[in-house]
Design a protein around this ligand. Structure first.
Ligand code: SF4
Length: 365
């Protein structure tokens, strides 16, 4: 009979739960993975208990506060979220206040975090919870606006005590290193398989396990550069580390190049007020912006409307698009009625202008 345990360091060369090259029958490889991972779980829990960072969303947690934190943390750094999270909860302490607030107020409170669709989704989710109560199952959580598989897993584990893994790029990085698995992590099947695997070892401490994995990915098994394996609770089990091949994983599909778009941005000033308008289409739709026009290449501003006070260029990078902007600060004699004219104080207080325009907003505020 073939043993289901393979001594660490002597795994088959193509080892990996989803590596078609493995010489082990699938069920036996799975068994090996589960047993190894089962040994790793209490190590991670103990490490997390000792090393977790003091983050505001880890205090006085409710389903609603966990939802706010998870949506804010999507594609945004922890440091950027920390301050915003506290201020946001001061303004909207429960789902009730958020559900009843005007959308513009919510967008204003979100200003600086980017990806404003998340703010709109958060408001919709709060409306659902306010109307129907807190969901109690993964399916119920997943049905909330803005909640995908990862966030549903995180909220289920962290706020509801359910054994529902949350597998994102961080967790995939840790696990592909742990198993020295060369599967391409962009393949949804790989994520699904790791989710199944984690589910089989999920401990009773669902919140700590879920957050422990996130924490390990954030401060030890880090994405750029060499992981800090000497600090890792799994350094005696992790195959990539034992082989000295940590940076070979995760294996990724080749990235598509970002599309470059050129924009001329105009900060128009007239009598102490500035022209702004609401974007009606494309990226950042529904948010306030300075008048601008897309051009096919970098061009100098056309002879517009008034006295040129200053010029500067700026670049803003979205996930799939890069904006290369040329901004002109112009004093005009007349207020074009096509725009809303507001003072610097009003813009600061009531109108969310996305950080893509930050460089030009500095002329105003
Ligand atoms: S030992 Fe190193 S590579 Fe392996 S999981 Fe820990 S930090 Fe990541």
């Amino acid at each position: 009979m073939v043993s289901t345990r393979v001594p660490i360091g002597h795994a088959p060369p193509q080892f990996g739960i989803f590596n078609s090259g493995s010489s082990f029958p699938y069920s036996i490889v799975m068994q090996y993975d589960i047993q190894t991972l089962q040994r790793a779980v209490p190590m991670l829990l103990a490490w997390f208990c000792e090393n977790k960072r003091d983050l505001p969303w880890r205090k006085n947690r409710t389903f609603y506060t966990a939802l706010v934190a998870e949506l804010m943390l999507q594609q945004t750094r922890v440091d950027a979220v920390k301050e915003k999270y506290v201020a946001f909860l001061e303004k909207f302490p429960t789902e009730r206040e958020l559900a009843l607030a005007p959308e513009d107020e919510v967008l204003k409170a979100w200003e600086g975090l980017g990806y404003y669709t998340r703010a709109r989704n958060l408001k919709k989710a709060a409306e659902t919870i306010f109307r129907e109560g807190t969901p109690r199952t993964w399916v119920g959580v997943k049905s909330l606006a803005g909640v995908g598989d990862y966030t549903a897993g995180a909220l289920s584990s962290i706020a509801l005590g359910l054994r529902e893994p949350a597998v994102d790029g961080n967790v995939l990085r840790i696990l592909t290193r742990f198993f020295a698995d060369a599967s391409v992590v962009d393949d949804p099947a790989v994520r699904k398989n790791f989710t199944c695997l984690l589910k089989q070892v999920y401990p009773d401490e669902t919140a700590d396990f879920c957050e422990g994995l996130m924490e390990l990915g954030a401060i030890v098994c880090i994405p750029n550069g060499a992981p800090l394996c000497e600090k890792c609770p799994w350094n005696g089990l992790c195959l990539a580390h034992l082989r000295g091949e940590e940076e070979r994983y995760p294996v990724r599909a080749e990235k598509k190049k970002r599309r470059v778009e050129y924009l001329n941005v105009y900060v128009l000033k007239c009598g102490g007020e500035y022209a702004i308008r609401k974007r009606t289409e494309g990226l950042l739709k529904g948010l306030w912006e300075f008048p601008n026009e897309q051009t096919s290449a970098p061009v100098a501003p056309s002879a517009k409307v008034g006295k040129l006070l200053a010029e500067k260029t700026a670049v803003h990078i979205f996930t799939h698009v890069e904006w290369r902007m040329r901004g002109s600060y112009i004093e005009t004699e007349e207020k074009d009625p096509a725009y809303l004219w507001a003072t610097a104080e009003e813009i600061g207080r009531s109108y969310a202008i996305p950080s893509a325009f930050k460089a030009f907003k500095a002329w105003v505020i």
